[in-house]
Design a binder for this molecule. Structure first.
Ligand SMILES: [Zn+2]
Length: 774
């Protein structure tokens, strides 16, 4: 009988919807009740087994590299020559490729990224371009009045070590090199390529590299994707030979580089790697300043001054100089060169005690902005990112000023932000410049060191990097308060949850999940940078907390430092290191285009009595039970219901006889004294018009002016995805409820976030104000 008694009571509570948290295990009646509500078997909290690849010997279920994890290596020796007059780049390279995979390779794939600018490139043909109201004259001439720029690699030869030609096939931006014999696991193969290409003007068609020509005829070059580069071969893609259309960035193996770059002798040049012949290319005075910079941790030291750069820009040397570099364990190579460059550097101390150099190269057009902020921003970025991930393992990080550019390579990146001709600049230009420097220098960590596949997963580098960029921007604001408006935080564009609301509430036809290849997404910046960065910020600030998040983020970064992670490696590591089940979050935020919208639907006031209500009496009678079959019950009566009578309003818990009897029987005098004495009972119903489950952050305001915030974890939505109720028993009257008061969850509609609803509230407040004035 007793079991029956409790089953009945359990179903009763569930059907009244007041105490849904009752344990329903093995309670078929209760389960049936919930099932009727129609939300029992929703999938939002289902684990991601179907979406994730199966863990294996290469990649573990923990998110760490597996026992048989491998990666290929490609070492390069290159001789490069810039012909400034012809605007051409010539190169020969010798690649040694190591097959560390367990597979036999019949051919190699080499990337020819410059072919995206070849005359027969298909990239322009997949871009719809209807008439626009205005077009840059330069673009108009180049696109509509000329045959187009003659870009693309001209391959002179592909040869093996003995100089014998290797059969090769060029399919647009990919070149298949056939091997004379299969490469067995553990084999290496050395071959050479000779090439040249016409360097594009990067200011016209927004190329990622090229030259900018100034009024005096001088050019500054920012050169990247300039040599045929090995594609990645791995356990998840085989050869990553997805074509370069211009949008999705790069997938590259690590290797060691020895690069000699020959340029006009009056050029100043810096590049990926350590300069090997500094004494040959530096003047005595430059050497002296460089030695000073290496010891100067406070502020940048000028290596080449503006005056010196301006003087150098007046002549055009016909003699040449070769700059020799070595770089270890980098996935790519880039350099910048011009006779217009000002050069400064400062030292940055790492947590492990080592020193790295923060460096800037910029034409006089960048000043006064660049001299003031560039190298400081580089140094500050290294400090912030190293704190969030690992000590920066390379000897230097260079920021090069190039008009309209924001692009990253190992140890070197291109950044925009230029004052007008009189040297004036807006706040917007200044913040844009500092932010892009933080972002591009930050890319050293993602994807240059944590080497994800950018061709496939834009968010893995852009999203993670934009997230740490937000942290680093806030650090910069604290470190250089004079650089920002008084008493303000750094005005970060991406990171805070409320900044993504516009995008999240956009037309669903113009949205794609984050887990979409970048080439195929709409609104690239918001989707691949803003949304993942904001998601991580929500995890850090609201769902996991900083301690758990930061530890897990560090675990991921260190596990995959100098390796090739996949999305699952990230998702799994974050859970593995934190004991926070985040499958529901990854699913909602990364695999769908849903949005957050949570509100207060209804607040009902209840009174507690010992008088049996009609609903219970009817259920009891229908089951042939009598009152003596029931355990002691208290009844919650809603203010507007039939069972309510005015006497309840002034009654207290002391007047509830069933309750008092139960307490007297079960609690000692001492325990009774410690019992809370709630006076007000509210059933608060929260609604969730948005698809994304999020914690409900409820700020309760009480009549005495105090507030209390209760955060109900997202799992509160696991059995009813549309609405949930909570009973609040309080000693004070609730006057107001605000959901997500700090705008932490990217809630797209805040109309429903407040109770009483805004309109009613404002009536009430204006009434109160009138009274106050009286
Ligand atoms: Zn980026």
């Amino acid at each position: 009988m007793k079991i029956l008694k409790y089953l009945f009571v359990a179903s009763l509570f569930l059907s009244t919807g007041i105490m849904q948290a009752q344990d329903q295990e093995e309670n078929s009646e209760a389960t049936e009740e919930v099932r009727k509500q129609g939300h029992y078997n929703n999938n939002r909290f289902k684990q991601l087994y179907e979406e994730f690849s199966t863990p294996n010997q290469y990649r573990s279920a923990s998110g760490a590299p597996g026992p048989n994890y491998y990666q290929q290596q490609a070492d390069y020796e290159m001789d490069i020559e810039l012909n400034d007059e012809e605007k051409r780049l010539y190169g020969t390279e010798t690649i040694t490729y190591y097959n560390n995979s367990p597979d036999v390779l019949e051919y190699l794939w080499v990337q020819l990224d410059q072919n995206v600018r070849a005359r027969d490139s298909k990239s322009p043909l997949i871009e719809p371009d209807g008439a626009v109201p205005a077009e840059l004259a330069a673009s108009f001439v180049s696109n509509r009045m000329t045959e187009g720029f003659d870009g693309g690699f001209k391959i002179d030869y592909v040869r093996d070590e003995d100089g014998k030609p290797l059969p090769h096939t060029i399919n647009r931006t990919m070149m298949r090199v056939e091997l004379p014999e299969d490469m067995e696991p553990g084999d290496d193969f050395t071959f050479s390529i000779k090439w040249w290409y016409n360097i594009p003007d990067h200011t016209v068609n927004r190329a990622r590299s090229g030259y900018e020509e100034f009024a005096d005829g001088n050019r500054s070059y920012v050169i990247a994707q300039f040599y045929p580069r090995m594609a990645v071969y791995n356990d998840v893609e085989g050869w990553q030979n997805s074509q370069f259309w211009g949008r999705d960035e790069f997938a590259l193996p690590f290797g060691d580089f020895e690069v000699n770059i020959t340029v006009p002798s009056d050029h100043v040049l810096d590049a990926t790697g350590s300069l090997q012949n500094r004494k040959e290319v530096f003047s005595k005075e430059m050497m002296r300043r460089y030695d000073m910079a290496k010891k100067n941790y406070d502020k940048p030291v000028i290596i080449v001054s503006q005056e010196e750069a301006e003087a150098a820009s007046k002549g055009f040397a016909t003699s040449k100089k070769t700059w020799k570099f070595k770089a270890e364990n980098v996935r790519d190579y880039a350099f910048a060169t011009s006779r217009k460059f000002i050069w400064d550097m400062m030292a940055v101390r790492q947590n492990n005690g080592s020193t790295v150099m923060a460096v800037s190269l910029y034409p006089p057009e960048g000043n006064p902005l660049w001299e003031e902020y560039s190298t400081r921003a580089v140094a500050s970025t290294l400090e912030s990112y190293s704190r969030m991930t690992f000590d920066y393992p390379y000897p230097k990080a260079i920021s090069v000023h190039a008009k309209n550019q924001g692009m990253e390579y190992p140890m070197i990146c291109w950044n925009y932000g230029r004052p007008d001709e009189d040297g004036n600049y807006s706040e917007r230009t200044k913040y844009g410049m500092i932010s892009v420097i933080i972002h591009e220098v930050g890319h050293n960590y993602f994807p240059m060191i944590v080497n994800s596949d950018e061709r496939q997963w834009t968010w893995m580098d852009e999203g993670l990097n934009t997230f740490v960029q937000y942290v680093a921007e806030q650090d910069f604001g604290e470190k250089y308060p004079d650089a920002i408006a008084p008493n303000q935080k750094y005005p970060s564009r991406r990171g805070p949850a409320k900044n993504i609301v516009n995008y999240m509430s956009a037309d669903q036809d113009q949205m794609a999940p984050i887990m979409t290849k970048g080439l195929n997404t709409y609104n690239f910046g918001a989707n691949a940078y803003g949304k993942p960065a904001t998601g991580l910020n929500i995890l850090r600030e609201t769902i996991m907390g900083r301690d758990l998040f930061d530890y897990a983020f560090k675990v991921y970064s260190n596990r995959w430092m100098f390796k090739h992670p996949t999305p699952e490696d990230f998702f799994r590591s974050m859970e593995d290191a934190s004991a926070v089940d985040l499958d529901w979050f990854w699913r909602a935020w990364f695999y769908t285009t849903e949005f957050t919208d949570i509100g207060v639907k209804d607040v009902k006031k209840f009174f507690v009595t010992s008088k049996m209500n009609a609903q219970v009496r009817q259920m009891m009678e229908s089951r042939g039970m009598s009152e003596s079959d029931l355990p002691p019950l208290v009844y919650l009566v809603e203010e507007d219901s039939e069972d309510f009578d005015e006497s309840m309003r002034n009654a207290s818990l002391k007047d509830v006889s069933t309750l008092q009897e139960f307490i007297m029987d079960n609690y000692s005098a001492e325990e009774r004294a410690r019992l809370k004495k709630p006076k007000y009972f509210y059933e608060i119903t929260f609604e969730k018009p948005g698809g994304i489950p999020m914690p409900i952050i409820a700020e309760y305001h009480y009549a005495d002016g105090s507030t209390e915030t209760i955060t109900y974890p997202a799992q509160i939505w696991r059995k009813n995805d549309a609405e949930v109720s909570k009973l609040m028993a309080t000693e004070k009257e609730i006057t107001k409820i605000v959901v997500d008061p700090e705008e932490e969850t990217a809630d797209i509609d805040t109309e429903n976030n407040t109770w009483p609803q805004r309109k009613k509230l404002s009536e009430f407040e204006s009434f109160k104000q009138r009274n106050d004035q009286d």
